[in-house]
Design a protein around this ligand. Structure first.
Ligand code: C5P
Length: 334
């Protein structure tokens, strides 16, 4: 599952993405850090980032790789990680949008960002940024877009700078952030936009906790929906409607009396349930024993649906005997 949180400067996306990552123990990709890291290094080398040729000459030979450390993906440049505090410096904040609009920078960072999500690694990622739901992960499962009023945004950034020991007025901060948003929104590649299908949340009048709880509720609903137990329960709830629309072929091959063994295709989790709806005979199921060893609720549910565990690795004499008994006593077995 991929969750994206996009939004303008100081919309609260990074704070919220970080809290959600900790809460659900899902790795976090804070994409702004990647652009900031390249900007920081370029400034360190005295590169004038406004000069596109000089910037490209600097960026092209850089060795870039992503590294996950304590649930956070970070960009390693030429084998070295930067201190996150340095990436928040005023000069970096002022110049990062210029670096971020360069096509050669975005192109390199795109594949690196995508490499942070892998189904094998548990299949979860929370990403925050500006184009995560539009360009980087357009097929994300949950897309959020956070908005904030200009006054609140300037205040939040002022507090960020204060935490870094820099004193700036709200006006000064407002000017930097407004300019950054202007460049981010007007650029040709991956401009800041509301992703299609995104839930838009205005964080201006809300505390971090309020928005956090709202997001948790949304994510839990989605997680619940993709849970096989839930899907089975839902399909059970839809039985009458579904039964009317079910197209059945070859159903006459199921004998009206006596035992029978039904070897069905099993393309989805619902197939066994659908078979139960299609057949007028009561069915028993033989299912691999690992299904009974995970969630107790699921084990309870499939047991309630007449499922019996079988060991597929070794001959399972007990269950095979049970199947024979079922068949002999006139049951249908799937
Ligand atoms: O999120 P943060 O304030 O750290 O982002 C810094 C800058 O990085 C943004 O203003 C934007 O120019 C750039 N950025 C981007 N695309 C992203 C994330 C950040 O262009 N997905």
């Amino acid at each position: 599952m991929i969750i994206t949180l996009d939004g303008g400067a100081a919309s609260g996306k990074t704070t919220l993405a970080r809290e959600l990552s900790r809460h659900f123990e899902i790795p976090l990709l804070e994409s702004g850090q990647l652009y900031r890291a390249i900007t920081f290094r370029a400034l360190q080398e005295g590169i004038s980032v406004e000069n596109s040729q000089a910037l490209e000459k600097f960026v092209t030979p850089l060795s870039l790789e992503m590294q996950e450390d304590q649930l956070e993906w970070r960009l390693v440049i030429n084998g070295k990680l930067d201190n996150p505090q340095n990436l928040r410096e005023v000069e970096v904040s002022e110049k990062v949008s210029i670096v971020a609009k360069a096509p050669f920078v975005r192109k390199r960072l795109l594949s690196l960002q995508r490499s942070c999500y892998s189904k094998k690694r548990g299949g979860y990622l929370i990403g925050d940024g500006m184009d995560l739901g539009t360009v980087v992960f357009p097929a994300a499962d949950i897309k959020i877009f956070l908005k904030v009023s200009e006054t609140i945004r300037a205040k939040r950034r002022q507090e960020d700078f204060k935490a870094l020991g820099m004193s700036m007025t709200t006006e000064q901060v407002g000017i930097i952030e407004a300019e950054r948003d202007r460049i981010d929104q007007e650029r040709k590649i991956s401009p800041l936009q509301v992703p299609s299908g995104a839930i838009v949340i205005d964080t201006s009048g809300k505390t971090v906790l309020e928005t956090f709880l709202e997001l948790i509720r949304l994510i839990n609903i989605k997680k619940h929906e993709s849970n096989p137990v839930y899907r089975i329960i839902r399909s059970l709830a839809a039985v009458p409607k579904f039964h009317l629309n079910l197209r059945q072929e070859g159903i006459e091959n199921i004998p009206q009396t006596g035992g029978f063994l039904l070897a069905s295709n099993h393309l989805s989790h619902l197939d066994p349930v659908m078979l139960a709806f299609a057949s007028s005979r009561t069915l028993s199921y033989i299912a691999r024993n690992s299904l009974f060893q995970g969630s107790p609720l699921f084990a309870w549910l499939i047991s309630a649906l007449n499922a019996y565990p079988i060991n597929r690795e070794n001959p399972d004499r007990k269950t095979l005997t049970q199947i024979i008994q079922f068949l002999l006593s006139g049951h249908g077995v799937v």
